[in-house]
Design a binder for this molecule. Sequence first.
Ligand SMILES: Nc1ncnc2c1ncn2[C@@H]1O[C@H](COP(=O)(O)OP(=O)(O)OP(=O)(O)O)[C@@H](O)[C@H]1O
Ligand SMILES: [Mg+2]
Length: 411
Amino acid sequence: MENSSNNTLILSNILDCHPNLVVFALDKNFNYIYFNKPHFFIMKNIWGVDIKLNHCMMDYINSEKDRKKAFYNFHRALSGEYFTLIEEYGDEDLERTFYKDSYYPLKDDDGTIYGLTVIVEDVTVNQTDKNEIRTIVSKLEEQIDTRSIELEKINNDLQIENQRRIESEKELFNVKNQIEKSLAKEMELNKLKTKFISMVSHELRTPLTIIQSATFLLEKSYERRDDEKFLKNLDKISKSIDTMTGLMENVLNIGKLEHGEVKASKKVFDIAKEIKDLVKTNKVYNRVVKLNLPKESIFVDSDKILCIQIVNNLLSNAVKYSHNTPEIKLKLKANGYQCKITVKDKGIGIDKVNISNLTEAFKREDSISSLVQGTGLGLSIVKHNLDLLDGSMEIESELGKGTKVTVIIPR
Ligand SMILES: Nc1ncnc2c1ncn2[C@@H]1O[C@H](COP(=O)(O)OP(=O)(O)OP(=O)(O)O)[C@@H](O)[C@H]1O
Ligand SMILES: [Mg+2]
């Protein structure tokens, strides 16, 4: 123990013996943990202070600019840097001197930094040198300032460039999305085209086959003078022609609707009467549709043809998708400004996920498309007609339980 304090004393004496060997050490809070005598005298000369151990060196430096400089350099050393700088310190009124300061971090046995030490060399020779060094330093500082401004500008430019790049990437992403959407639409359209062609040929084949066989039988019944069979086959032919005409009409109709070629032509008519006539004159509807109409006339200022097309398509679906025992209710209600038509069946129902798509042309439920004949145009025509009349439609359905379609038509 005694040996160690002896060593410390000897070392301290060594460090004090030459006036040009100036050294001090600080802890992490810049408190003195060591200084030799020449440093004590320098601090007295340039700041007019009597420094003490365990006191913060910053408290002795009474120039803001010098304090900042020292603070910055101490931090560099505390973060592990070794470096040497020529710098000027001191009170303007006492003595301002140039020093060559070498900064070192102080590390314990584990390598942990616990402070720093500075070895100071007075490099000032005379007043002329001082002035020269000052000029060089101020030029250097100016250069650093200019460089900093340039760097800041470059940094700003880079940020703007970066922002532009981000925006371009966003734009590219949007364009890519649009192209993908168009491609998907194109593919969907192609699918629909194929579906349309196969649907039309399929829908035409059935009535054509009926016409073909009925024509053959017509000839036979004519030869046999069998009037009953002759009329029956004639009826079959006429019905098949009606089916084909209906199909072609639907196709033409949807084409016109989609190209905006159909315009609503409004006139006042009794919609209750028109619905009653439609149901009474159709053999199937007359048998299976239960009407719930107001006793009085319901006059609307609307397009009669478009309205009846709507009701006809809804009834045709209700019948078609109700197997063999249709139980259909049609209800008409009206208030001062609109009328509400509800068509309800107890048929096969529609899968909820598909309801919203069925008003697109040629869309049909996959599960029934091969079992029940249809073009997938009825609801699309209904939707187009309602758009022309400023009306609306709601479809509620449950698989296996039935479907309720409600349309609202302004009066
Ligand atoms: N009342 C209903 N019950 C069950 N499914 C229905 C009903 N109405 C419509 N759908 C479903 O909606 C699809 C589209 O109907 P839409 O009337 O547009 O075409 P379609 O009946 O198949 O053919 P089209 O009416 O052109 O002859 C139908 O194929 C069917 O799957
Ligand atoms: Mg239909």
